[in-house]
Design a protein around this ligand. Structure first.
Ligand code: ZN
Ligand code: ZN
Length: 276
């Protein structure tokens, strides 16, 4: 039974590999590679495409099509600033891609609680487990991010690289993945830890990782649209300015629970004074 499950996972990851690699590369390049390397290559290519495509499309929309509507001219970063951000991401991308490759390997070997088909579990359990998974990710990302600030060496050697962007005109969708590779991996870790705690359909986990990449592009664009309880760009811009608010991920709830929430409407300086 267990080996049947493993076979289904390997069929699924091989299918993802084929879709991406067959479309973009001649067969002789990737077919001779071991399965693990094919998976890494697929993750690397798809993550790079998602990063550049979502970044370019989003920049085109907010900086060109909607120029002066969402952002004033002086909030738009220079091309040079965006190129520097891309450079950091290009260097980190091979390492980022290794991370889901390892987590897929863990799934393929049956070491996580993942299941391959929706029919493997009743729909009530499916929804309940999915909710628990999201909660683990919310709590996990909040605390990993907060510790990356609070533990001084972690901030100094890892997270400070992402925090050189501390004004509106230094943030852009391309800053989204501009991290030290280990920082990016640590922040992605809750998604994998959750696989060992709660059963979730494997394809849903993959889909969430994809959404994660698109989401992070979106929260670095400085466009302040408030949709409670979503922790949108307005909140994340504050995080980049004050360094001690809005550590959260998809929602504002964790910051609310742990007392670090600051709404975009508020004046950051005034609020800092209140705290001191
Ligand atoms: Zn931070
Ligand atoms: Zn950020």
């Amino acid at each position: 039974m267990e080996s049947d499950y493993q076979r289904l996972f390997i069929e699924e990851t091989s299918f993802y590999n084929r879709i991406v690699l067959q479309t973009l590369l001649p067969n002789w390049i990737w077919e001779s590679l071991p399965h693990f390397c094919q998976t890494w290559l697929r993750n690397y290519i798809s993550a790079t495409i998602v990063y550049f495509l979502s970044g370019f499309l989003w920049c085109f929309y907010i900086y060109y099509l909607k120029r002066n509507i969402y952002l004033s001219k002086d909030s738009i970063p220079s091309n040079k600033a965006m190129l520097l951000q891309m450079g950091i991401v290009i260097k980190a991308m091979p390492w980022y891609s290794a991370f889901p490759t390892i987590s897929e390997y863990l799934v393929e070997n049956g070491w996580t609680k993942c299941f391959p088909r929706a029919s493997d579990i009743g729909w009530k359990s499916y929804i309940f487990n999915f909710a628990i998974y999201l909660i683990i990710v919310e709590v996990g990302v909040y605390w990993v991010h907060r510790l990356l600030h609070d533990v001084k060496p972690l901030y100094k050697y890892l997270h400070s690289i992402h925090h050189v962007y501390n004004k509106q005109n230094t943030l852009s969708p391309f800053a989204s993945l501009a991290f030290h590779p280990l920082d990016g991996i640590l922040q992605g870790m809750p998604h994998v830890v959750a696989l060992f705690i709660v059963p979730i359909q494997f394809s849903v986990h993959i889909l969430l990782i994809f959404l994660e990449a698109v989401w992070t592009t979106n929260i670095h664009d400085c466009v302040n649209l408030k949709h409670w309880p979503v922790m949108g760009s307005g909140y994340h811009t504050i995080h980049h300015i004050t360094y001690k608010h809005n550590y959260g991920h998809f929602t504002v709830w964790m910051d609310w629970v742990f007392g670090t929430l600051l709404h975009p409407k508020d004046d950051y300086n005034e609020s800092e004074e209140h705290e001191e």
